[in-house]
Design a protein around this ligand. Sequence first.
Ligand code: URA
Length: 239
Amino acid sequence: MRLDKFLTEMGLGTRSEVKGLIKKGRIRVNGEKPSGPEIKIDPDHDRVEADGRAVAYAAWEYYMLNKPAGWVCAARDSRDPVVVDLIADRKRKDLFPVGRLDKDTEGLLLITNDGRMAHSLLSPRKHVDKVYFARVRGVVTEKERELFQQGLDIRDEKLTLPAELKILSADPQTGLSQVEVTVREGRYHQIKRMFQAVGMEVAYLKRLSMGPVCLDSRLAPGQYRELTVEELEALRRLM
Ligand code: URA
């Protein structure tokens, strides 16, 4: 693992901050000054110190998965296969999905064992943007765009927060539309219930992004990869 990635993951700062620490000689690897941020270390065997104190290896893991339909967003389920089982290279047993997508929803799902990060991404106070692509049974028009913007009654205590609806296509002949929706909350079945509230039905749903992290278009459904240092850094800025 690269030294700068290790130090960022261990919470010593952003990638540029940890590079600064290395440059200033405040980091030692097995008692030696490292030659640069890119050197590889083995967190299980090498002793890394910052200002003379050992950096404990917490082994946080962070993955992005393109969730396939048919998998349940849970760490365990007695009936259905769970998304965590798709992370074949995982080292830790305590991984969990950050929030939930419905069983039939596809797309971006973050999987980690970092509870603090998950909490701050899901906190209702943070209003992290989530962008979805949807195929909808119904012809979406400017009227629906305005209703989404105003907030909808989806039979919760409160109206939904303003959501952006981008109409990609709307075909009166087939009665089908394709849209992108940006929401700042994460209510149960939120997108499906928002379309129900305007008399339409979601036929297909895929999450494209969550805050600063976008689904990697190279990942087919069921595939995953580790988050990059840049993605982690962007997520940490939300905390
Ligand atoms: N909204 C939904 O209706 N379903 C999801 O899986 C995510 C958002």
